[in-house]
Design a protein around this ligand. Sequence first.
Ligand SMILES: [Zn+2]
Ligand SMILES: [Zn+2]
Length: 297
Amino acid sequence: MKTLLKTSGKWFKGNLHMHTLRSDGRIEPEEAIRLYREAGYDFIALTDHWVQSETEQRDDFLLLSGCEWDTGDMVNTPVFHIIGAGMERPVSLEVCHSHPVQKIIDAIRDANGIAILAHPAWSVTNPDDVLGLRGLSGVEIYNTVSGLPWNGQRADSSLYFDLWATKGKLFRSMAADDSHFYDGEHTRSYILVNAEELTAASIKKAIADGNFYASQGPRFESLETDGKVIQVRSSKVESIVFYSNSVWCRDRVFTGGVDRATYHIEPTDRYVRVELIDFEGNRAWSSPFAVHSDAAQ
Ligand SMILES: [Zn+2]
Ligand SMILES: [Zn+2]
Protein backbone atom coordinates (compact mmCIF):
# COMPACT_ATOMS: atom_id res chain seq x y z
CA MET A 1 0.00 0.00 0.00
CA LYS A 2 1.20 3.47 -0.83
CA THR A 3 0.87 6.24 1.73
CA LEU A 4 -1.24 9.22 0.68
CA LEU A 5 -0.73 11.12 3.94
CA LYS A 6 2.52 11.11 5.92
CA THR A 7 1.84 10.11 9.53
CA SER A 8 5.27 9.07 10.79
CA GLY A 9 6.47 12.45 12.12
CA LYS A 10 5.00 14.65 14.84
CA TRP A 11 1.71 16.47 14.38
CA PHE A 12 1.53 20.21 14.94
CA LYS A 13 -1.77 22.14 15.07
CA GLY A 14 -1.98 25.58 13.54
CA ASN A 15 -4.20 28.42 12.37
CA LEU A 16 -2.78 30.46 9.50
CA HIS A 17 -5.51 33.10 9.19
CA MET A 18 -6.60 35.53 11.93
CA HIS A 19 -6.89 39.24 12.62
CA THR A 20 -6.21 41.60 15.51
CA LEU A 21 -6.49 45.30 16.33
CA ARG A 22 -3.65 45.86 13.85
CA SER A 23 -6.45 45.71 11.22
CA ASP A 24 -10.15 44.85 11.67
CA GLY A 25 -9.84 42.23 14.45
CA ARG A 26 -11.35 43.00 17.85
CA ILE A 27 -8.55 42.08 20.25
CA GLU A 28 -4.87 42.79 20.84
CA PRO A 29 -2.29 40.51 19.15
CA GLU A 30 -1.03 39.19 22.50
CA GLU A 31 -4.57 38.28 23.57
CA ALA A 32 -5.14 36.39 20.31
CA ILE A 33 -1.85 34.54 20.77
CA ARG A 34 -2.83 33.62 24.34
CA LEU A 35 -6.24 32.26 23.29
CA TYR A 36 -4.74 29.96 20.66
CA ARG A 37 -1.85 28.89 22.83
CA GLU A 38 -4.19 27.97 25.69
CA ALA A 39 -6.37 26.02 23.26
CA GLY A 40 -3.45 23.70 22.48
CA TYR A 41 -2.26 25.15 19.18
CA ASP A 42 1.42 24.83 18.30
CA PHE A 43 1.65 27.63 15.74
CA ILE A 44 -0.34 30.51 14.29
CA ALA A 45 0.15 33.38 11.87
CA LEU A 46 -1.31 36.81 12.61
CA THR A 47 -2.54 37.80 9.16
CA ASP A 48 -3.88 41.33 9.49
CA HIS A 49 -4.93 43.02 6.26
CA TRP A 50 -1.91 44.66 4.63
CA VAL A 51 0.07 44.54 7.91
CA GLN A 52 2.81 41.92 7.95
CA SER A 53 3.62 40.30 11.30
CA GLU A 54 6.99 38.81 12.19
CA THR A 55 8.17 35.26 12.74
CA GLU A 56 8.93 34.55 16.39
CA GLN A 57 9.75 31.31 18.20
CA ARG A 58 8.46 31.24 21.78
CA ASP A 59 9.61 28.00 23.42
CA ASP A 60 6.94 25.50 22.38
CA PHE A 61 4.88 27.96 20.34
CA LEU A 62 5.65 29.37 16.91
CA LEU A 63 4.46 32.60 15.32
CA LEU A 64 4.89 32.55 11.57
CA SER A 65 5.12 35.85 9.77
CA GLY A 66 1.72 36.54 8.20
CA CYS A 67 -0.43 38.96 6.24
CA GLU A 68 -3.61 39.00 4.11
CA TRP A 69 -3.62 40.90 0.84
CA ASP A 70 -6.73 41.52 -1.24
CA THR A 71 -7.50 42.62 -4.74
CA GLY A 72 -10.66 43.21 -6.77
CA ASP A 73 -13.53 45.70 -6.66
CA MET A 74 -16.45 43.21 -6.45
CA VAL A 75 -18.08 44.71 -9.57
CA ASN A 76 -15.74 44.69 -12.54
CA THR A 77 -12.82 42.69 -11.22
CA PRO A 78 -12.95 39.46 -9.20
CA VAL A 79 -12.12 39.46 -5.50
CA PHE A 80 -9.16 37.44 -4.24
CA HIS A 81 -7.84 37.37 -0.70
CA ILE A 82 -4.39 35.82 -0.46
CA ILE A 83 -2.73 34.76 2.80
CA GLY A 84 1.03 34.82 3.05
CA ALA A 85 2.71 32.90 5.88
CA GLY A 86 6.31 32.28 6.86
CA MET A 87 7.83 35.16 4.89
CA GLU A 88 11.51 35.80 5.65
CA ARG A 89 11.43 39.48 4.72
CA PRO A 90 8.84 42.18 4.09
CA VAL A 91 6.73 41.46 1.03
CA SER A 92 7.18 44.14 -1.54
CA LEU A 93 3.65 45.25 -2.49
CA GLU A 94 2.43 48.83 -2.42
CA VAL A 95 -1.07 49.29 -0.95
CA CYS A 96 -3.38 48.98 -3.92
CA HIS A 97 -6.53 46.89 -4.36
CA SER A 98 -6.08 46.20 -8.05
CA HIS A 99 -2.88 44.16 -8.18
CA PRO A 100 -3.15 41.11 -10.44
CA VAL A 101 -3.61 38.19 -8.05
CA GLN A 102 -0.61 36.37 -9.52
CA LYS A 103 1.56 39.37 -8.62
CA ILE A 104 0.53 39.00 -4.95
CA ILE A 105 1.32 35.27 -4.95
CA ASP A 106 4.67 35.87 -6.64
CA ALA A 107 5.59 38.61 -4.15
CA ILE A 108 4.86 36.27 -1.22
CA ARG A 109 7.00 33.54 -2.74
CA ASP A 110 9.78 36.00 -3.51
CA ALA A 111 9.91 36.59 0.27
CA ASN A 112 10.09 32.78 0.83
CA GLY A 113 6.52 32.66 2.14
CA ILE A 114 3.75 30.20 1.39
CA ALA A 115 0.69 31.57 -0.43
CA ILE A 116 -2.86 30.42 0.36
CA LEU A 117 -6.11 31.33 -1.39
CA ALA A 118 -8.57 32.32 1.34
CA HIS A 119 -12.31 31.62 1.40
CA PRO A 120 -13.21 31.22 -2.31
CA ALA A 121 -16.88 30.61 -1.47
CA TRP A 122 -17.13 33.81 0.60
CA SER A 123 -15.40 35.71 -2.22
CA VAL A 124 -17.88 34.28 -4.78
CA THR A 125 -14.85 33.29 -6.82
CA ASN A 126 -15.35 32.00 -10.34
CA PRO A 127 -13.56 28.62 -10.13
CA ASP A 128 -12.14 29.07 -13.63
CA ASP A 129 -10.34 32.24 -12.50
CA VAL A 130 -8.21 30.10 -10.15
CA LEU A 131 -7.19 27.30 -12.53
CA GLY A 132 -4.31 29.24 -14.05
CA LEU A 133 -2.79 30.52 -10.79
CA ARG A 134 0.71 29.30 -10.00
CA GLY A 135 2.41 28.99 -6.63
CA LEU A 136 -0.49 28.39 -4.22
CA SER A 137 0.47 26.02 -1.39
CA GLY A 138 -3.16 25.53 -0.44
CA VAL A 139 -6.73 26.81 -0.54
CA GLU A 140 -9.07 27.22 2.42
CA ILE A 141 -11.64 24.44 2.11
CA TYR A 142 -13.25 25.87 5.24
CA ASN A 143 -13.12 29.39 6.74
CA THR A 144 -14.94 29.54 10.06
CA VAL A 145 -15.91 33.22 10.15
CA SER A 146 -17.48 32.99 6.67
CA GLY A 147 -20.26 30.91 8.25
CA LEU A 148 -23.23 31.65 10.49
CA PRO A 149 -23.71 33.64 12.69
CA TRP A 150 -20.81 35.89 11.65
CA ASN A 151 -21.55 35.90 7.91
CA GLY A 152 -23.92 34.20 5.51
CA GLN A 153 -23.44 30.50 5.03
CA ARG A 154 -20.30 30.49 2.88
CA ALA A 155 -17.72 28.88 5.16
CA ASP A 156 -17.53 25.69 3.08
CA SER A 157 -15.59 25.83 -0.20
CA SER A 158 -15.35 22.05 -0.69
CA LEU A 159 -17.38 22.06 -3.92
CA TYR A 160 -14.64 24.23 -5.48
CA PHE A 161 -12.10 21.47 -4.85
CA ASP A 162 -14.30 19.04 -6.79
CA LEU A 163 -14.78 21.49 -9.65
CA TRP A 164 -11.03 22.12 -9.87
CA ALA A 165 -10.02 18.48 -9.44
CA THR A 166 -12.52 17.39 -12.09
CA LYS A 167 -10.56 19.67 -14.43
CA GLY A 168 -7.30 18.09 -13.27
CA LYS A 169 -6.14 20.78 -10.82
CA LEU A 170 -5.52 19.35 -7.36
CA PHE A 171 -5.31 22.10 -4.74
CA ARG A 172 -4.38 21.17 -1.18
CA SER A 173 -7.05 21.58 1.48
CA MET A 174 -6.54 23.95 4.38
CA ALA A 175 -8.89 25.20 7.09
CA ALA A 176 -8.63 28.35 9.18
CA ASP A 177 -10.76 30.47 11.48
CA ASP A 178 -10.12 33.92 9.95
CA SER A 179 -10.83 35.09 13.52
CA HIS A 180 -12.04 38.69 13.86
CA PHE A 181 -14.51 38.82 16.74
CA TYR A 182 -13.25 36.14 19.12
CA ASP A 183 -16.81 35.37 20.18
CA GLY A 184 -16.92 31.73 19.10
CA GLU A 185 -15.35 31.60 15.65
CA HIS A 186 -11.81 31.25 17.04
CA THR A 187 -10.02 27.93 17.71
CA ARG A 188 -12.41 25.94 15.52
CA SER A 189 -10.85 25.06 12.12
CA TYR A 190 -7.15 24.37 11.62
CA ILE A 191 -4.47 22.40 9.84
CA LEU A 192 -2.51 19.50 11.32
CA VAL A 193 1.02 19.45 9.93
CA ASN A 194 3.25 16.37 10.07
CA ALA A 195 6.72 17.83 10.54
CA GLU A 196 10.09 16.99 12.06
CA GLU A 197 10.05 19.81 14.59
CA LEU A 198 8.30 23.03 15.51
CA THR A 199 10.41 25.53 13.61
CA ALA A 200 9.42 27.87 10.79
CA ALA A 201 11.65 25.99 8.35
CA SER A 202 10.28 22.56 9.29
CA ILE A 203 6.60 23.62 9.24
CA LYS A 204 7.02 25.41 5.91
CA LYS A 205 8.80 22.42 4.36
CA ALA A 206 6.06 20.05 5.55
CA ILE A 207 3.38 22.33 4.09
CA ALA A 208 5.29 22.63 0.81
CA ASP A 209 5.54 18.81 0.70
CA GLY A 210 1.78 18.42 1.33
CA ASN A 211 2.23 16.74 4.71
CA PHE A 212 -0.90 18.16 6.34
CA TYR A 213 -4.68 18.03 6.37
CA ALA A 214 -7.51 20.28 7.50
CA SER A 215 -9.70 19.54 10.51
CA GLN A 216 -12.14 20.71 13.13
CA GLY A 217 -11.55 17.71 15.39
CA PRO A 218 -11.58 14.35 13.55
CA ARG A 219 -8.16 12.76 12.94
CA PHE A 220 -6.78 10.70 10.08
CA GLU A 221 -4.69 7.80 11.40
CA SER A 222 -3.72 6.59 7.94
CA LEU A 223 -4.68 7.11 4.30
CA GLU A 224 -3.33 4.54 1.82
CA THR A 225 -3.96 3.10 -1.63
CA ASP A 226 -2.83 0.13 -3.73
CA GLY A 227 -4.30 1.68 -6.87
CA LYS A 228 -7.51 -0.34 -6.60
CA VAL A 229 -8.81 0.66 -3.18
CA ILE A 230 -8.29 3.51 -0.75
CA GLN A 231 -8.07 2.61 2.92
CA VAL A 232 -8.72 5.12 5.67
CA ARG A 233 -8.25 4.76 9.41
CA SER A 234 -9.43 7.57 11.62
CA SER A 235 -10.61 8.60 15.03
CA LYS A 236 -14.14 7.31 15.72
CA VAL A 237 -16.47 9.39 13.58
CA GLU A 238 -20.09 9.35 12.47
CA SER A 239 -19.19 9.15 8.77
CA ILE A 240 -16.31 8.74 6.32
CA VAL A 241 -17.17 10.09 2.86
CA PHE A 242 -15.21 9.69 -0.40
CA TYR A 243 -15.68 12.37 -3.05
CA SER A 244 -14.58 12.08 -6.68
CA ASN A 245 -15.47 13.24 -10.19
CA SER A 246 -17.72 10.18 -10.57
CA VAL A 247 -21.02 11.78 -9.67
CA TRP A 248 -22.66 8.56 -8.60
CA CYS A 249 -21.22 5.39 -7.17
CA ARG A 250 -22.08 2.83 -4.51
CA ASP A 251 -20.27 2.70 -1.22
CA ARG A 252 -18.83 6.18 -1.04
CA VAL A 253 -20.42 6.82 2.38
CA PHE A 254 -19.54 4.78 5.47
CA THR A 255 -21.69 5.83 8.38
CA GLY A 256 -23.12 4.88 11.73
CA GLY A 257 -19.99 5.21 13.86
CA VAL A 258 -16.82 4.08 12.06
CA ASP A 259 -13.05 4.34 12.44
CA ARG A 260 -12.02 2.78 9.10
CA ALA A 261 -13.29 2.45 5.55
CA THR A 262 -12.21 0.91 2.26
CA TYR A 263 -13.29 2.63 -0.94
CA HIS A 264 -13.12 0.83 -4.28
CA ILE A 265 -11.79 3.24 -6.87
CA GLU A 266 -14.28 3.57 -9.73
CA PRO A 267 -13.07 3.14 -13.34
CA THR A 268 -14.22 6.70 -13.99
CA ASP A 269 -12.47 8.24 -10.96
CA ARG A 270 -9.61 10.61 -11.71
CA TYR A 271 -9.20 11.98 -8.21
CA VAL A 272 -10.56 11.17 -4.75
CA ARG A 273 -10.70 13.18 -1.54
CA VAL A 274 -11.92 12.09 1.88
CA GLU A 275 -13.98 13.81 4.54
CA LEU A 276 -14.49 12.68 8.13
CA ILE A 277 -17.56 13.92 10.03
CA ASP A 278 -17.79 13.39 13.78
CA PHE A 279 -20.88 13.06 15.96
CA GLU A 280 -21.10 16.84 16.52
CA GLY A 281 -20.74 17.64 12.82
CA ASN A 282 -17.05 18.63 13.00
CA ARG A 283 -15.21 17.66 9.85
CA ALA A 284 -11.73 16.81 8.59
CA TRP A 285 -10.71 17.05 4.94
CA SER A 286 -7.91 15.32 3.07
CA SER A 287 -6.51 17.02 0.03
CA PRO A 288 -7.68 15.55 -3.29
CA PHE A 289 -5.24 13.05 -4.79
CA ALA A 290 -4.98 11.61 -8.31
CA VAL A 291 -6.03 8.04 -9.08
CA HIS A 292 -5.80 6.00 -12.31
CA SER A 293 -2.88 8.07 -13.44
CA ASP A 294 0.80 7.40 -13.99
CA ALA A 295 1.34 10.58 -12.03
CA ALA A 296 -0.73 9.30 -9.10
CA GLN A 297 0.77 10.58 -5.86
ZN1 LIG B 1 -10.28 37.60 3.62
ZN1 LIG C 1 -9.04 37.37 6.87
